[in-house]
Design a binder for this molecule. Structure first.
Ligand SMILES: Cc1ncc(COP(=O)(O)O)c(C=O)c1O
Length: 490
């Protein structure tokens, strides 16, 4: 049987129903490019035509035609209907990675400036309705426990000693395969650095890249975890406005050469939920390359998208090696796992590894071993598929409840992805006060205004829907609507 580290995952291909390009052509081109660029490796199994058609929300015919063509041209082998694989023997000269990397410049010597971390703001951990949590009640505990027992019962001396600061090598392989396949990230395993969740990844990036004279740009409104990580670095922070197309790149460019680092959530802006448009992406990448600045891409919940197809990662569009990609298992698995990863340009690997060692050497190895098997044996892909259906139902229930019970006080936009919705509340209602009162009812919406670094701050409530079932969410919306009405100025 053929296996691959990315067992069972559907490879990402660009696909736009509205583009006017025939579906067959988009699928054929997408897979062909993925194979030629090396993102899909020899022996890798493709999803069934039925699965792919369902995911793309199209009929099966264009998928069948595209696969038949790829088989015919020798990109795939097997038989449509009973398993198709990327062919082992695509000639080297065709299959070499299409993007040429720049020669690696020597690592510049910069002083590490380590400032004390600010007090960590209260995080959404623990249970509670509207908190930013995945469906912990649906986690496959038994499988995870079985894999944990498998490894805990046979830790050799080797595995009990100090380990690689970059992470357990097979886990780095599996993460690289997953990212290449599902997120169109262009990387090899050496570029993957396993960290203890995104928060550590952010801190690691901030401490490695920020210098006293530099400016770190942040989306405004933005993720408070990122702001606290950047605030603990040597750089000063510049809040940059976000509109319906994402961060305002022209405003970044106006800051000039001192802008060394930009933190962005391009797939699903936190908290507003917009995605960074294609022209903004190109503008941002072009600016970073010209200015030799770094982009920190936080791709925290892009696994979950409901009615449209996501763009691939910004990192995969970057031809100048300016993007540091950040991912986490907190949303797809569970936050207490404390495992995430960075994908860093080759040039930065030694500096990141040195800083990672200085921070905490390496992440606990037992969970790295368990996670490796979870990914390689297909449990991860199965879990993702199940979770997508659960979150779709929960998100639909939340939207329906808002429309039915809270239409006068909660306005929603950008509901297509992730595990939270942002809702706007009427002017003059204090979202901090609503959040305080909600907590007394066991409801924990996050106040939107707290995500802004500068005025004007829009008031609203960020509603996590991953962690509660449909009935609980509906009840929660009813209660919350009443609280917002009570807080409305007479
Ligand atoms: C924007 C963003 N990035 C990252 C994370 C995940 O953080 P961590 O991996 O530290 O648990 C979250 C969690 O809520 C988030 O909202």
């Amino acid at each position: 049987m053929k296996t691959a580290p990315s067992a069972g995952l559907t490879p990402y291909i660009p696909f736009d129903r509205a583009s006017g390009v025939p579906f067959y052509t988009q699928i054929y081109d997408g897979y062909r490019m993925a194979i030629l660029s090396g993102r899909l490796g020899p022996g890798q199994r493709l999803p069934s035509t039925r699965t792919l058609a369902a995911e793309l929300q199209i009929s099966r015919l264009p998928v069948l035609n595209a696969f038949e063509q790829l088989l015919h041209e020798g990109y795939l082998e097997g038989k449509v209907g009973s398993g198709t694989y990327v062919r082992d023997c695509i000639p080297d000269e065709v299959a070499r990675p299409m993007r040429l990397r720049r020669a690696m410049p020597p690592t510049p010597k910069r002083p590490f400036v380590v400032t004390p971390s600010p007090r960590r703001s209260r995080r959404d951990d623990g249970s509670g309705v509207f908190k930013s949590l995945p469906a912990l009640d649906r986690f496959p505990n038994e499988t995870f426990a079985r894999l944990t027992r498998r490894h805990a019962g046979r830790l050799s001396e080797d595995l009990l000693a100090y380990a690689d600061p970059g992470g357990y090598a097979p886990l780095r392989d599996a993460i690289a395969a997953y990212l290449r396949t599902a997120r169109a990230v262009d990387c090899d395993p050496d570029q993957v650095i396993v960290v203890s969740g995104s928060q550590m990844g952010l801190r690691l990036a901030a401490m490695t890249l920020a210098t006293p004279e530099s400016i770190a740009c942040m989306e405004d409104p933005g993720y408070r975890g990122a702001r606290s990580a950047l605030a603990g670095s040597a750089a000063s922070i510049a809040p940059i406005a976000v509109d319906s197309d994402g961060i305002d790149v022209a405003a970044i460019a106006q800051l000039g050469e001192r802008a060394r680092l930009v933190y962005v959530t391009p797939s699903h802006q936190y908290p507003l939920g917009v995605s960074l448009g294609v022209s903004r992406r190109l503008e941002l990448l072009g600016w970073a390359e010209r200015n030799e600045s770094w982009i920190l891409e936080d791709d925290y919940d892009s696994e979950f998208r409901y009615s449209s197809r996501t763009l691939g990662a910004l990192q995969g569009m970057d031809t100048g090696d300016r993007v540091i990609y950040l991912g986490t298992f907190s949303k797809v698995l569970f936050p207490a796992l404390r495992l995430g990863y960075l994908v860093v340009p080759h040039e930065l690997i030694p500096r990141f590894i040195r800083m990672r060692e200085a921070l905490d050497l390496f992440s606990p190895l037992l969970y790295q071993l368990v996670l490796t098997d979870f990914l390689r044996e297909g449990h991860f892909a199965r879990h993702l598929r199940r979770m997508r259906a659960i979150y779709l139902a929960r998100r639909n229930a939340l939207i329906a409840a808002i429309r039915e019970h809270a239409g006068d006080v909660l306005t929603i936009e950008n509901t297509d992805a992730g595990l939270h919705l942002v809702t706007f509340i009427p002017e003059h209602v204090d979202d901090l006060e609503v959040a305080r009162r909600a907590a007394d009812h066991g409801l924990f919406p996050a106040p939107l205004s707290a995500c802004y670094a500068t005025a004007p701050r829009r008031a609203g409530l960020i509603l996590g829907f991953g962690g509660a079932n449909e009935q609980v969410l509906t009840e929660g919306v009813r209660t919350l609507a009443g609280l917002v009405r009570d807080c409305r100025q007479p």
